[in-house]
Design a protein around this ligand. Structure first.
Ligand SMILES: [Zn+2]
Length: 211
């Protein structure tokens, strides 16, 4: 009964296109038409593999932007479900800790949540692998999306992240919401390896063609 009232007041909407649906979190049309990623991905020097269920375009891109800028926190568990399925297929058994690329404390306060932390903790729960914060963002740099070329993006994230836990010997699955050029992910992986991590593999909900 409560559920029925809640559905009347707040009808469920598709995470991807925003249309009202009967139940669940996505509509049948989106499920059939989402831009699923295909093909092998290149990796950057500091992480050894990367997995992502979607390309960063169309409804996936719009959904991630709504999540971040209109604070649709609940979307994170849907993304985590897709990431978990992709990881089971592509990277199973290659890591023993799940962690995330954090936003700065200031941005987390403004937004009310850290999306990558939510996505990563839910992914860890689904995969039944330990979860921990390993990084803190110590410098609040301009958004990567404001910078066009790879060199500028690399310079922008340089020394922004500090390892804050003992990662010696760990094989870490590091999760971000999106991966565009991979500059942020590579910088985080570099920091974790400098702190003694044995391996870092990357995952995100969506990945840009540039990568
Ligand atoms: Zn939809």
């Amino acid at each position: 009964m409560l559920e029925a009232i809640k559905n009347l007041l707040f009808p469920p909407k598709c995470v991807w296109c925003g249309e009202i649906i009967d139940k669940g979190d996505e509509c049948g049309r989106c499920r059939a038409e989402l831009p699923v990623r295909k093909g092998k991905l290149t990796t950057k020097e500091f992480y050894s593999a990367v997995a992502a269920p979607f390309r960063y375009e169309g409804r996936v891109r719009e959904s991630i932007l709504r999540m971040k800028f209109r604070r649709k926190q609940s979307y994170c568990s849907v993304y985590a479900r897709y990431i978990s399925d992709t990881i089971k297929e592509e990277l199973s058994g290659q890591f023993d800790l799940v962690s995330f690329v954090p936003v700065s404390d200031k941005r987390a306060r403004e937004r009310g949540f850290d999306q990558s932390e939510l996505i990563a903790s839910e992914t860890a729960r689904v995969l039944d692998v330990p979860f921990a914060r390993t990084l803190r963002k110590v410098r609040d740099n301009p958004r990567q999306s404001t910078l066009r070329d790879e060199a500028a993006r690399r310079a922008n994230v340089s020394n922004c992240y500090k390892c804050v836990s003992d990662v010696r010997g760990a094989r870490i699955l590091l999760i971000d919401d999106i991966i565009t050029t991979g500059a942020t992910m590579s910088e985080c992986a570099r920091e974790l390896r400098m702190a003694g991590a044995e391996d870092v593999i990357a995952a995100s909900a969506a990945i840009a063609k540039k990568h």
